[in-house]
Design a protein around this ligand. Structure first.
Ligand SMILES: NC(=O)c1ccc[n+]([C@@H]2O[C@H](COP(=O)([O-])OP(=O)(O)OC[C@H]3O[C@@H](n4cnc5c(N)ncnc54)[C@H](O)[C@@H]3O)[C@@H](O)[C@H]2O)c1
Length: 318
């Protein structure tokens, strides 16, 4: 195993982490993957994701980052892609918040601490558009005021701040990528698009929070993976970049596209807007284009088609 080509991917069994690991392996990297296989959604899905990572250059460690000796793992790698987190906005209220603090803040601090004194190693942290909250700006730029409206967003912002203070004080080479609603095969089953497609394929009623006029910038998972690799090669320590598609759609527009592509009519029931959900997201990706060379390739319809095809197979719907 070439040391220069060894990466640590945390959250490797999850939606984005598994795609990233797959691409790194295909590109000739060796990967140490860590995942606690949290049962926040069906662990069988994560095991299925791991099945696609079988490779001589892949080593899987099932563990909670908070309980691992990260110092010795970090010594074995050059680059760290930190995808592990407790994701999802709606469950971040109440008792569950402790899980968000442990998995999103504590685990990130532990990784940064392990990287202290190892200045040649780079860490890319998966942040989120949720750090912005309900901005009044149409387009979100990195320097906008950060005002998260969910406890999840608060934990992601705290982790971003840790990335910055470890860079400023100890020269830890870390940066953040703010992902905007990621979609594609293996998408988490708690995510809106997954639920809409599943309901369409199974002829079930769809529940929409609010009136469906809320807008989202949807980013295809391979564009997210590409952004990670570009960030590694054009590294800007201490900075955070928007990684979105640069365009957005209302939820109602998304539903009509699902109807058109899946050939299924949808029964929609509108319910109360969920607390912590933002109204609009739209990434300004100028900075990522300029500094990282980021150039998202997938258009929404093509990406939707590939997610629908994948879900037809995985949900065994003909
Ligand atoms: N999916 C999106 O639209 C989106 C948008 C913005 C940001 N993000 C961020 O991207 C990253 C990946 O998201 P995802 O959608 O793939 O989520 P996911 O839940 O599918 O993957 C995260 C993985 O991290 C693991 N994990 C959680 N806590 C851990 C711990 N303490 N130790 C080890 N493993 C742990 C989980 O078991 C899970 O497999 C997360 O950091 C998330 O906050 C995702």
């Amino acid at each position: 195993m070439l040391k220069e080509k060894t990466c640590l991917v945390t959250g490797c069994a999850g939606f984005i982490g598994s795609h990233l690991t797959e691409k790194l392996l295909a590109d000739g990297y060796a990967v140490i993957g860590v995942d606690a296989l949290r049962d926040y959604y069906d662990v069988a899905i994560k095991k299925q994701n791991l099945n696609s990572l079988k490779h001589d250059n892949f080593e899987f460690i099932e563990a909670d980052l908070n309980e691992l000796d990260l110092g010795s793992i970090v010594k074995r790698v050059y680059h760290v892609f930190h995808e592990a987190a407790q994701a999802g906005v709606r469950n971040s209220w109440g008792q569950e918040f402790g899980i968000y603090v442990n998995d999103n803040i504590m685990a990130t601090q532990k990784l940064l601490e392990a990287l202290r004194g190892q200045k040649d190693k780079k860490m890319i942290f998966a942040s989120s558009s949720s750090v912005y909250g309900d901005s009044t700006q149409d387009e979100l730029v990195e320097k906008a005021v950060l005002n998260p409206v969910s406890p999840y967003g608060v934990t992601k912002l705290a982790a971003e701040k840790l990335v910055q203070v470890y860079w400023k004080n100890y020269g830890v080479q870390a940066l953040g990528l703010r992902y905007f609603t990621v979609f594609g095969p293996r998408q988490r089953p708690d995510m809106g698009l997954f639920k809409f497609i599943k309901a369409a394929l199974k002829n079930e009623e769809i529940e929409i929070y609010g009136d469906g006029s809320q807008k989202r910038d949807f980013t295809y998972v391979t564009d997210i993976v590409e952004a990670n690799i570009l960030a590694l090669n054009n590294f800007r320590p201490g900075e955070c970049f928007n990684i979105g598609s640069g365009s957005n759609l209302t939820v109602n527009e998304v539903l009509s596209k699902i109807e058109k592509i899946s050939g299924k009519g949808l029964a929609v029931r509108y319910t109360e807007r969920a607390k912590g959900d933002v109204i609009n997201t739209l990434a300004n990706i100028g900075n990522a284009r300029k500094q990282l060379g980021y150039d998202p390739k997938m258009n929404f319809e093509q990406g939707l088609l590939s997610q629908i095809e994948y879900m037809r197979k995985s949900l065994k719907i003909g």
